[in-house]
Design a protein around this ligand. Structure first.
Ligand code: LLP
Length: 463
């Protein structure tokens, strides 16, 4: 199939619907470095390359759809976080964003720690050789088997999420003759999303133990009494895709307030504080995320200032970025199957994946951008909605975007910033097979998670 010039395709609608879309970029062939992995560019023929490899070659060798992961970019971002926080703090990559054994090895080599939140994630981390003491185990309902496995493996910390779990972990650790290092996850009444945060009653959620009504203080009181536990700190995670640091400021203030109360009541200064993850990335050119060094500086200053005010030794800080490391490092490569212009509305562009490889648009109304990557085009922009192949009208990958008006079946398009929460939340809806994750670096590509096959599907269906 030819990926070069196509005859004139559908034109953009004469009357565009109001709102919900940004104006077309001045040059649809341009690739905004804010939303694309660092090594992405176009070659002399206009084909997009990543890690020195043309996407047309990747599509030919590995098929579409596929998640294409830029290893150098991943390592750069991981290292930037590590360097920004320095030796006196810890960075735990949140594996829920995307986890594979290759990624675990890269993290290990770059000196990051790992946050896991299920037995499956723990198994992946251990099987790739991540030292157990650098693993934090999360979750609001860890099973006794998962807890036992984590304690036996010697994970560096278990983050306790409820009163029942405090007793459960203590009991299991003690029965194994161990003292498990734990943090207690509290909810500080702050919820942050993107540019906003709300610092009122947001304890209405399943995670953590509320600071309100003295519940968190009671949890610490109980945990300190149990021989199976070594309480090393307090944990707080306030939300997702956050750009505004003031939510962290309020959270740090409240966590340090609790540390002070603990010191006053028990004479114990807990040595660690974890401020969770949630730092935002650019999904479209409208987003302006902060650099890791700015975030590290802001968080360290906030905690230090609060501790000075409370006359506490500044605890060791840790953070758990997931999206901010892996999100921008990957894009999803699709082949266009059909192009359907609806007069006066928009053009529907159907790709060979959809909500099974990216549920975020359907689930969160998430915004993405998209580009034609197998060639350049000077055709007029047309307003498109990129949709998948699933039997559901909510099967939308990119709600509103502009692509060249000569887009045609066989073209390759790519959706950037799909490294986080796309493969990890992928499904088999309609028995569509989950795409592979292909990592590229220095002109070489390799499959790190292979494409699912019909055999895989049928193997689980035991008849
Ligand atoms: N630490 C804890 C305790 C968390 O619960 C999370 C995310 C993170 C760290 C990492 O957050 P990040 O830096 O990746 O934002 N599926 C949603 C996001 C759910 C996040 C859940 N917890 C999405 O696709 O936006």
């Amino acid at each position: 199939m030819s990926r070069s010039a196509h005859p004139a395709g559908p034109r953009h609608a004469d009357v565009l619907p109001e709102g919900h879309y940004a104006a077309p970029a001045a040059d649809l062939n341009a690739l905004d470095p804010k939303v694309w992995a660092h090594t992405v560019g176009r070659d002399a023929d206009g084909v997009v390359t990543v890690g020195g490899i043309a996407v047309t070659q990747l599509a030919e060798e590995y098929g579409t759809p596929a998640y294409i992961l830029d290893e150098a970019d991943f390592r750069d971002r991981a290292r930037a976080w590590r360097t920004a926080f320095g030796a006196d703090a810890d960075v735990f990559y949140a594996g829920k964003a995307f986890l594979s054994r290759a990624v675990v090895r890269w993290l290990d080599e770059e000196g990051l720690n790992l946050d896991v939140c299920s037995g499956g994630e723990l198994a992946t981390a251990l099987s790739a050789g991540m030292p157990a003491e650098r693993i934090a185990f999360h979750g609001n309902n860890k099973s006794p088997q998962e807890i036992e496995r984590a304690v036996r493996a010697g994970v560096g910390r278990i983050v306790l999420d409820s009163f029942q779990e405090i007793v459960r972990v203590a009991h299991i650790a003690q029965s194994l003759g161990k003292r498990q290092r734990v943090q207690i996850r509290i909810t500080v009444g702050v919820e942050a999303h993107t540019h906003e945060f709300i610092a009122t009653a947001h304890e209405d959620q399943k995670f953590g133990i509320p600071l309100a009504d003295g519940q968190a203080a009671e949890a610490v009181r109980r945990a300190l009494q149990l021989d199976g536990l070594e309480v090393i700190g307090i944990h707080s995670h306030i939300g997702s895709q956050i750009f505004d640091m003031s939510g962290f400021e309020v959270a740090a203030h409240r966590v340090v307030g609790l540390l002070k109360d603990i010191r006053d009541e028990h004479g114990v200064e807990l040595p660690e504080i974890d401020l969770g993850g949630g730092l935002g990335i650019a999904y479209t050119s409208d987003d302006d995320p902060r650099e890791p060094h700015e975030i590290a500086k802001a968080l360290t200053e906030i905690v230090t200032r609060e501790c000075e005010g409370a006359r506490l030794r500044t605890p060791r800080i840790s953070v758990e970025p997931g999206r901010a490391i892996v999100g921008p490092t990957a894009f999803t490569l699709y082949e266009v199957g059909t192009v359907k212009p609806l007069d006066g509305l928009r053009t529907y562009v159907s790709v060979d994946g959809g909500m099974s490889d990216n549920i975020r648009t359907a689930l969160y109304d998430a915004e993405y951008s998209v580009a034609l990557v197998s060639r350049t085009s000077d055709a007029e922009p047309m307003l498109v909605r990129v949709v998948g192949k699933h039997c559901e009208s909510g099967d939308i990958v990119v709600k509103d975007a502009f692509l060249p008006g000569d887009l045609a079946p066989g073209d390759l398009i790519a959706v950037p910033a799909t490294g986080a929460y796309c493969r990890s939340m992928a499904s088999n809806y309609n028995h569509v097979l989950r795409p592979p994750v292909v990592s590229v670096r220095d002109g070489a590509a390799r499959v790190v998670v292979r494409r699912e096959t019909e055999e895989d599907l049928l193997r689980l269906d035991v008849g």
